[in-house]
Design a protein around this ligand. Structure first.
Ligand code: IMP
Length: 430
C-alpha cells in the first residue's frame, strides 16, 4: 500500500487534523514532514473532549498507529516532552509508538529569544515558537539536529557559538549568560528523553511501505504559507506543499499515490499578510463564532474571508492534488448569501490566476459570484443527495473549478460528521 499526503490548500487551519482523525484508524503510520509546534491540529474526540496537537501526529489517538516526526520538522524538545506527558495523562499510550528523526533540527531557547528581538511576532504575525530562527540555522548550516543534541561536545560547542553570535547584537552579556545556562540545563534533563524516542524514520517508513502498509504523511500550515509558494514574506519557514513530503520523512516520491488536498469552503488566515477575499464586518464575526475560528496554538482570532477558487485551483496544481476533502460546509449554513471568488480585478484587468507579487496581492480586488445560501443542521447528513440544493451548488462549483474529484465533505467537528463521495478511496484508506 502506498503513501497518502494530507496537505492544506489555503493558509492553514483547513481541518487537516480532523480529516486525518477519520483516515488514520487503519493506517500503519502517520508521519509529520515539516513545521513544528507552530501547528495546532484539533481533534474532537467527544462532545466535550477536544485534543489540540502541536507536534505529535494526529494518528496518536489510535493505539495501533505508529507516529513519526520526520527530519523536515523542527522540534522544541521541551514542548514535545510536555505534549507527550499531556497525552499520557489523558490515557493515550505514547510509549513505543511515537518516534522522532535524529535528523530533525531542534528549537532552543535562543531561537525563541531571537524571534522576539527581531520583532517577527508583530511584523509577520508569527506564532513565536522559534520556528523561523531554527530553520534559519538549518539553512545556514549552523543548526543543531537531534543527533547533535545527543552529543555532549558537538552540542555545547555549536549552541554556545550560535548564542554568542546571534544574540550579541541585541542582548547584554548577563542576559546572554542566562540563555546559555538555560540551554545547558534544559539539555541535561531533555537529552535522556529524546534518546528514548529517536529513531531512523526513513528506515521505518521504507520498511512499512515495502510490506504494503498504509502510511499517511501529515503536513502542517498550508500551501499559501509555504516559503516558496506562499504569500512571501508572510509565510512560515518551511515547505508544507506535498512535493516536500517525501523529503521531510526520507522516502522516495514514487511511494506517493494520493495527494489529498484539504480546503475549507470559506477561507481563514492567522497573522499578517495579504488576503484578497477577507471580510471584516459582522458576518466575519458570525462565521468566526459558528466555526470556532480561533488559533489552536495561540488562541488568536482567525481572519475570515470567502472561498477563493483561483487560489484553490493554484494550490491543486502546485501540490498535484488528486483528491479533495472539503471541510466546514456546516459553518456556512444559515447565511442568506454566499460569495465565491472566481477572479480578481487589478488595474482595470481581470486576472484568473492568483498573482505572486506582494503589491498585486494586496491591490487585487476579488470578483465574486453570488450564490444563494442554505439553512438547516447539516451535521447528521451522510449522503450528498440529502444536502440542500444550494449547498450542492457550492460544492459542484468548487469541484468544477478545481477539476479535481472530492473524496470527503465534512459537515461537523466529529469524524463521523462527513459525506463520503469516493467509496473506493475510502475503502482503501479508512
Ligand atoms: P511561524 O510559522 O510561527 O513562523 O509563523 C509564520 C506565519 O505562519 C504566521 O502568519 C502564522 O500565523 C502562520 N502559521 C504558522 N503555523 C500556523 C498554523 O498551524 N495554522 C495557521 N497559521 C499558521
Amino acid at each position: 500500500m502506498p503513501a497518502l499526503v494530507v496537505v492544506g490548500l489555503q493558509w492553514g487551519d483547513e481541518g487537516k487534523g480532523r480529516v486525518i482523525h477519520s483516515l488514520a484508524r487503519h493506517a500503519h503510520a502517520v508521519a509529520r514532514y515539516q513545521g513544528g509546534n507552530n501547528a495546532g491540529h484539533t481533534l474532537v474526540l467527544g462532545p466535550n473532549d477536544i485534543l489540540a496537537l502541536h507536534l505529535v501526529p494526529s494518528g496518536i489517538v489510535y493505539p495501533k498507529v505508529h507516529c513519526y516526526i520526520g527530519n523536515g520538522v523542527v522540534v522544541d524538545p521541551k514542548s514535545l516532552k510536555q505534549e507527550i506527558e499531556m497525552l499520557t495523562q489523558r490515557g493515550v499510550k505514547v510509549r513505543g509508538r511515537c518516534w522522532v528523526s535524529p535528523l530533525s533540527h531542534v528549537i532552543l531557547p535562543y531561537h525563541l529569544q531571537l524571534e522576539r528581538y527581531l520583532g517577527e511576532g508583530s511584523r509577520l504575525g508569527t506564532t513565536q515558537r522559534g520556528i523561523g530562527p531554527s530553520y534559519r540555522d538549518k539553512i545556514a548550516r549552523a543548526g543543531i539536529r537531534i543527533i547533535d543534541y545527543l552529543d555532549d561536545e558537538i552540542f555545547k560547542e555549536r549552541a554556545l557559538a550560535n548564542i554568542q553570535e546571534l544574540l550579541t547584537p541585541f542582548a547584554k552579556p548577563e542576559e546572554i549568560r542566562v540563555i546559555e545556562n538555560q540551554t545547558l540545563s534544559d539539555r541535561q534533563s531533555l537529552a535522556p528523553f529524546l534518546k528514548t524516542i529517536a529513531r531512523d524514520v526513513s528506515i521505518e517508513l521504507h520498511a512499512a511501505l515495502k510490506k504494503g502498509r498504509r502510511v499517511i504523511l501529515e503536513s502542517a500550515q498550508g500551501t499559501f504559507l509555504d516559503v516558496d509558494f506562499g504569500t512571501y514574506p508572510y509565510v512560515t519557514s518551511s515547505n508544507p506543499v506535498a512535493g516536500y513530503a517525501p523529503c521531510g520523512v526520507g522516502i522516495g516520491p514514487q511511494a506517493i499515490e494520493v495527494v489529498l488536498g484539504i480546503a475549507k469552503l470559506f477561507t481563514t488566515r492567522v497573522g499578517e499578510g495579504p488576503f484578497p477575499t477577507e471580510i471584516q464586518d459582522d458576518l466575519a464575526a458570525q462565521i468566526r463564532e459558528t466555526g470556532h475560528e480561533y488559533g489552536a496554538t495561540t488562541g488568536r482570532p482567525r481572519r475570515i474571508g470567502w472561498l477563493d477558487l483561483p487560489l484553490l485551483r493554484k494550490a491543486c496544481r502546485i501540490n498535484g492534488v488528486n483528491r479533495l476533502a472539503l471541510t466546514k460546509l456546516d459553518t456556512l449554513s444559515g447565511l442568506s448569501k454566499i460569495q465565491v471568488c472566481v477572479g480578481y480585478s487589478l488595474n482595470g484587468r481581470i486576472l484568473k490566476e492568483l498573482p505572486d507579487g506582494l503589491r498585486a496581492l494586496k491591490e487585487a480586488l476579488p470578483v465574486y459570484r453570488e450564490l444563494p445560501g442554505f439553512t438547516g443542521d447539516l451535521t447528521s447528513v451522510t449522503r450528498y443527495a440529502d444536502l440542500p440544493k444550494q449547498a450542492k451548488r457550492l460544492i459542484d462549483l468548487t469541484l468544477d473549478y478545481c477539476q479535481t474529484p472530492a473524496a470527503i465533505i465534512s459537515v461537523g467537528r466529529r469524524p463521523q460528521n462527513q459525506i463520503i463521495l469516493d467509496r473506493t478511496f475510502c475503502r482503501t484508506w479508512m
